[in-house]
Design a protein around this ligand. Structure first.
Ligand code: FHN
Length: 603
């Protein structure tokens, strides 16, 4: 099974065990509460999580022996993530060890790394102390398979701890449970040609605790432990709970992510240990529900560990909007850098982080310490975060699509808005409190092309109602799976991770409709985003018009395609209903993500 598939399964497992009801480690996916050895009260848990919830934004650092290889082996590029090359090529450990005498990152500068994170607006750093290759990036007393065996005779974690202390950034550690090198770990990999004795997972568990104790006692207060590699079946739920308790016994204030507990060992009625969820490379469409902490970790290009030649960098726009998206759903964003064999963060990462920092300098208050948007559905022009300090509540509107008409509508906001201002420049804005909606008069040009923030000062606590879907500023209407009203008992809305669709639509009697507010009527191109492994027929009805369509076949129920359905005329303004129904004799199950109306241009 290649890495991609492994990773995909691992990543999917993190999702499937949380959101689709498959009982893996959790019988009740909604409550992944922490498992505390200290009979922690909710108030104590909140106090322990407070810095992390305030932070909202952190730097992930994948740096190890694999950085020396930089995605190449025997002079040839290796597909996949840089830190997985040993697994991908099944490199015998005796050969992989040839990297040890080469690893000498003389340009490593902890102060510079920490300043880069701080200037970007990041509040914590999570660095790989030991990845799956088992190589410890600090001088461990428990193994020579660590940095003390390289020409680099310094302790990068010690230097990072000092730099973080100096610059006020929380230092946090990543540690992989899966270990391709240790002769104690099982299952042992076929390419481990240096292991001598029989594997012994109990002895490995103790070895791991020994290294973790080194990490939690030699580097000062550690913000959190970010576990990974918990998906092999020797790592059980019980071991996860035991390890969680052990670590909290060393540093009671420590936060531990949910990957300390197995994501494979299905045990009914168990709550997976760990303090927050860890979706990877994806942002959950609606978070994990009230009260559940989570953090999306994401690469800036396609690899966690450094790879020469991986130039598929995400744009700064995407990174900033991802950060806002996470905060608007009550989560953190852990953005990765993969430093080089010389100890340098790649310059494309540096440039993007500098630009993110410029935006955060102006808009950071709308991210730090905020909680999720109070609105049941996505706002058509952007996102929303909320912050309450004492009796003062501020709603932050993150406007991605600046309205052309000079007016921004906030549908469903019931609270009275006392005042509104742009964070960029502080300009006060005129606000009109309408029935279940607030209208804000805007200047013609957006102050930030990526996202402009408007701070609404509320007269009291935030109150919202479920307003109809509005037309976007470009006249389009997005009718998403989560906004639909489902009629029938078989199909259901599936959300979380890559899921954000109506699924299990096996009963042709089931149908869905939406109500939306039409302010600018006219002709619209209608399209739908569908996944259908077999050709299927359905009907769209709107304003008395009925249209039958057939959907193209897609690879599977997770492979979605936008399907243009035709042009319809909606002459009326006001509340409009649109319904999608199966055509009985042509129906085959399909998953539906969205129906979209796009203003048709007059020919
Ligand atoms: O296999 C690892 C991978 O190398 C990387 O460390 C990511 C980061 O979250 N975690 C695992 C894949 O889920």
């Amino acid at each position: 099974m290649n890495k991609h598939l492994t990773l995909t399964i691992a990543a999917a497992l993190y999702w499937s065990s949380f959101v689709s009801g498959i009982a893996l480690a959790d019988a009740d996916n909604s409550s992944d509460s922490s498992v505390s050895p200290l009979s922690e009260t909710a108030a104590q848990h909140d106090a322990r999580m407070e810095w992390w919830r305030q932070a909202r934004f952190g730097m992930f650092i994948h740096w190890g022996l694999y950085s020396q290889a930089a995605g190449f082996w025997d002079g040839k590029p290796v597909p996949g993530a840089g830190e997985w090359l040993m697994n991908d090529l099944k490199i015998p450990l005796s050969q992989y060890a040839s990297l040890v005498p080469e690893f000498d990152p003389e340009k490593f500068d902890a102060d510079a790394w920490v300043k880069t994170a701080k200037d970007a607006g990041m509040k914590y750093i999570v660095i790989t102390t030991k990845h799956h290759d088992g190589f410890a990036m600090y001088p461990s007393a428990l193994s020579d398979w660590c940095i003390k065996s390289t020409p680099f005779k310094r302790d990068p974690l010690k230097e990072l701890a000092a730099a973080c202390q100096k610059q006020g950034i929380k230092l946090c550690f990543y540690y992989s449970i899966m270990d391709w090198h240790s002769s104690l770990y099982e299952p042992r990999k076929s390419w481990n040609d240096i292991a001598t004795n029989a594997p012994d997972i109990n002895a490995y568990d103790n070895y791991m605790k020994g290294q973790l104790k080194e990490l939690l006692t030699n580097y000062g207060p550690i913000g959190l432990l970010w576990f990974d590699g918990d998906w092999e079946n020797t790592w059980t739920y019980e071991r996860g709970v035991d390890l969680y308790n052990y670590l909290r016994g060393i540093q009671p204030g420590l936060i531990v992510n949910n990957r300390v507990g197995s994501c494979i060992d299905p045990l009914p009625g168990q709550t997976r240990p760990g303090d927050y969820q860890t979706p990877e490379q994806t942002i959950p469409p609606t978070g994990f529900g009230a009260g559940v902490d989570w953090e999306t970790c994401m690469t800036m290009n396609d690899t966690w560990g450094y790879k020469r030649g991986d130039e598929t960098w995400k744009s700064t726009d995407a990174l900033i909007r991802n950060l806002i998206d996470c905060a608007s759903k009550g989560g953190n964003y852990l953005l990765n850098v993969g430093p080089t064999d010389e100890g340098l963060i790649p310059s494309p990462s540096i440039e993007r982080l500098r630009q993110v920092g410029e935006w955060m300098n102006v808009n950071g208050e709308a991210i730090y310490g905020t909680s999720a948007s109070p609105f049941a559905r996505q706002l058509p022009w952007g996102r929303c975060t909320v912050k309450t300090v004492g009796d003062k509540t501020t709603l932050y509107l993150h406007v991605f699509d600046w309205p052309a008409g000079g007016e921004l509508l906030v549908p469903g906001l019931v609270s009275h808005v006392d005042s509104a201002r742009l964070l960029n420049g502080g300009k006060s804005l005129t606000v009109e409190n309408r029935e279940n909606c607030v209208a804000i008069t805007l200047p013609p040009d957006a102050p930030d092309k990526i996202s402009s923030t408007i701070a609404l000062q509320l007269a009291g606590p935030v109150a919202v109602t479920n307003a109809p879907v509005l037309q976007n500023s470009d006249g389009s209407v997005a009718l998403t799976a989560g906004d639909g009203t489902l009629h029938g008992g078989t199909f259901r809305y599936e959300n979380g991770g890559p899921l954000d669709n109506i699924g299990y639509w096996t009963n042709p009697e089931d149908w869905v409709d939406w109500e939306f507010q039409m302010q600018r009527p006219g002709k619209f191109e209608i399209s739908a985003t569908i996944a259908a492994p077999a050709l299927t027929s359905f009907e769209v009805s709107v304003e008395g018009q009925r249209f039958q369509f057939a959907s193209p076949v897609t690879a599977d129920f997770m492979t979605f395609k936008p399907v243009k359905l035709g042009v319809i005329d909606i002459p009326a303004t006001g509340k409009i209903k649109l319904a999608v129904r199966p055509v009985k004799n042509g129906w085959q199950p399909m998953n539906l993500k969205e129906v979209r109306l796009t203003q048709a241009h007059a020919d």
